[in-house]
Ligand binder design. Structure first.
Ligand code: XUL
Ligand code: CO
Length: 438
């Protein structure tokens, strides 16, 4: 018996069910455009918000029943947490989870102890994973909570902090590999600054670039087959985070020669904090060839911080899902619920209800996007908008065969006078809206 044992395994019961602990839309074996729903979505529960967060915020302490939590977590407490987490995962019935080193292990004071405690818990995790049939979507090292990382980890002004971070990443990357993890994530929570007055930005970026190169070198040395992912976020906790959005990450990867080695884990709430649409980030990542994975928690449009809420608006997600379908799905990524309960959601059941609602929302968005892609109206609208580029003139420009002066001469000679053409935005928006019927 654990905190999460009161619920029967969650199953698909269809849209008419009155059971709140059943999936109404998420039917894992349902075929959508030739692929099982489960394989499109590759859903993951995150260990930190779900099991390692007591419901504290900056104004008050924990509200959620998480008896295995304390400032110093013993091995017994880590084991109790593991028991509860895998009980939940097994009953929820989705294929993946994600974790930070410190979410799972007993608290460690030294690096040797850190290594030992991480090995202890991840060995036990592997047994649980085998028994529950749960896989690891990604692992990551927490390089932002401990006071030593207040000034950053890979961008710390102190090389000894940098070395600590390197050790933590090495241990966690190797643990992720042993666990069959499909990706390894770096979220640079404090890789940025609070003030430029005390920050050597150029030096920090070079240190960060070298750090990432070392991670990639080590990945190849140990033969880790997963993808290395950077998770962009514009700010919070620092005032400015270097990985502010997909474009900034791509520029960084280009400067340090890593565009073929590292991809992005895009979080909905981070995109909106950057003043961007979620679908913008997915579309940009695809354009740059660095699309990797998604953290699917949303923000609240009324406030400007990272509220990490479970998604519940399918229509909002459909444009990004169209991108995902055009991409033919994730390669190694998936949808990670990097989402937390509200502080008043104090029942054990609330964690189920939150995930079930979120997973059904993804299923709804997938079905709507699949219909839109199959219908092809939206695709045709876009194609027609660019049709003039399929002309001889378009081909000459796109192939690079024409220079500025020749192009200018041609425009003058032909007396070009292109007529304005409708962008059909309202029609495009209506197409999305009318397919959201699941
Ligand atoms: C923080 C955040 C992290 C990363 C993993 O905003 O999203 O939880 O996903 O470190
Ligand atoms: Co995240």
């Amino acid at each position: 018996m654990t905190l999460f044992s009161s619920i029967e395994p969650v199953r698909y019961e269809g849209p008419e069910t009155a059971n709140e602990f059943a999936y109404r839309v998420y039917d894992k074996d349902r075929e959508v455009l030739g692929k099982r729903m489960e394989d499109w979505l590759r859903c993951a529960v995150c260990y930190w918000h779900s099991f390692n967060w007591p419901g504290a915020d900056i104004f008050g302490g924990g509200t959620l029943p998480r008896p295995w939590l304390a400032p110093k977590i013993t091995q017994e407490m880590a084991d109790e947490k593991l028991e509860a987490a895998f009980d939940f995962l097994k009953r929820l019935g989705i294929p993946y989870f994600t974790f930070h080193d410190v979410d799972a292990m007993a608290t460690a004071a030294t690096l040797k102890e850190h290594d030992r405690n991480l090995r202890t818990i991840t060995e036990k995790m592997q047994q649980k994973m085998a028994a529950a049939g749960t896989k690891l979507l990604w692992g990551t090292a927490n390089l932002f909570s401990h006071p030593r990382y207040a000034g950053g980890a890979a961008t710390s002004p102190d090389p000894e902090v940098y070395a600590w971070a390197a050790a933590q990443v090495r241990f966690c990357l190797e643990a992720t590999q042993r666990m069959g993890g499909e990706n390894y994530v770096l979220w640079g929570g404090r890789e940025g600054y609070d003030s430029l007055l005390n920050t050597d930005l150029k030096r920090e970026l070079d240190h960060y670039g070298r750090f990432l190169s070392m991670v990639v070198e080590h990945k190849h040395r140990i033969g880790f087959k997963g993808t290395i992912l950077i998770e962009p976020k514009p700010f919070e906790p620092t005032k400015h985070q270097y990985d502010r959005d997909v474009a900034a990450v791509f520029a960084f990867l280009q400067k340090y020669g890593l565009t073929k080695e590292v991809r992005v884990n895009i979080e909905v709430n981070h995109a909106t904090l950057a003043g961007l649409d979620f679908e913008h980030e997915v579309t940009a990542a695809r354009a740059y060839g660095i699309f990797g994975s998604i953290d699917i928690n949303r923000g609240d449009p009324r406030n400007g911080w990272d509220t990490d809420q479970f998604p519940n608006n399918a229509q909002e997600l459909v444009p990004a899902f169209i991108q995902l379908i055009e991409e033919k799905g994730f390669a190694t990524g998936g949808f990670n619920f990097d989402a937390k309960l509200r502080r008043q959601s104090v029942d054990a059941d609330d964690l189920y209800l939150a995930h079930i609602g979120g997973i059904d929302t993804l299923a709804r968005a997938l079905l709507a996007a699949a219909d839109i892609v199959t219908e092809r109206k939206l695709a045709r609208l876009k194609q027609e908008r660019y049709q003039r580029w399929d002309s001889d003139l378009g081909a000459r420009i796109e192939s690079g065969a024409i220079d500025l002066a020749t192009l200018a001469d041609l425009a003058v000679e032909r007396n070009l006078d292109p007529a304005p053409k409708s962008g059909r935005q309202e029609l495009a928006e209506s197409i999305i809206a009318r397919h959201c019927k699941y």
